[in-house]
Design a protein around this ligand. Structure first.
Ligand SMILES: *Cc1c(COP(=O)(O)O)cnc(C)c1O
Length: 227
């Protein structure tokens, strides 16, 4: 059994270490605990250790966990590929969606967001390296999508999310994350007010933080290997 409270502490310390050399405040990098394919007991252990933001990739799993844990003050982030026919559940439950890559799904989420809930926080997923196998909007279509999404009444456009090409070369990791950060700066120069960069996982967290990540998404290093 992984020691979840201990792992959370270790990662918190690692985030702090990553912030130092680049003069960033520790409090500006949020740890998103990616709990996909781990049970509600694991989530409760992390919650009891003070973790509040959890990320899930599968709609049905999120629905079941949110139901089982509804007495807890959890912030749910949906970080998986979202199909239109499942958007209603996400609009009902999630606080954040990181993976908006087309207008159709954004429109549905806005229409389906219950009136009594605050606007759904969303990030646009950027396909930085234009990889065929990955979802995400290309750089050339990003601004048009941002413009359309920012007009939807029940969504709040917060920033960009990316999963760059897998590589162990830190210079390449940084160059890719820098592209995402630059895309956010370009949009902000045009009047957007994006405050979020969701980027960095266990294998590339230092590079992501160095380039301005505000949310890092970590699963295995907290909860252990997925079955
Ligand atoms: C699973 C997942 C993570 C976490 O990955 P780990 O390797 O378990 O840390 C982060 N982001 C996304 C989008 C994921 O699907």
């Amino acid at each position: 059994m992984p020691n979840i409270p201990h792992n959370l502490q270790t990662i918190g310390a690692e985030i702090a270490e990553c912030c130092k050399p680049v003069n960033r405040a520790f409090g500006h990098v949020q740890l998103l605990a990616v709990s996909k394919r781990h049970g509600v007991d694991a989530i409760k252990q992390a919650y009891d250790a003070g973790q509040r933001a959890f990320g899930e990739n599968y709609v049905q799993e999120l629905v079941e966990k949110a139901q089982a844990l509804k007495s807890l003050d959890i912030e749910w982030h949906f970080i998986g590929a979202l199909q239109s026919n499942k958007s209603k559940d996400i609009a009902d439950i999630a606080d954040w969606v990181h993976t908006i890559d087309r207008l159709k799904i954004a429109r549905r989420l806005s229409e389906q967001r219950p009136a009594e809930l605050p606007p759904l926080n969303v990030c646009l997923q950027l396909n930085v390296n234009n990889e065929e196998s990955k979802s995400g909007v290309g750089l050339s279509e990003l601004e048009a999508l941002a413009e359309a999404v920012s007009k939807l009444p029940n969504l709040k456009l917060r920033g960009l999310m990316a999963i760059p090409e897998a590589t162990h070369d830190e210079a390449t990791q940084r160059a890719n994350f820098a592209l995402v950060a630059a895309a956010k700066d370009t949009l902000n120069a045009k009047g957007y007010e994006l405050d979020t960069l969701s980027m960095g996982m266990s294998s590339d967290m230092p590079a992501a933080i160095a380039e301005g990540a505000t949310i890092v998404r970590i699963g295995t290093a907290i909860f252990g290997a997925r079955t």
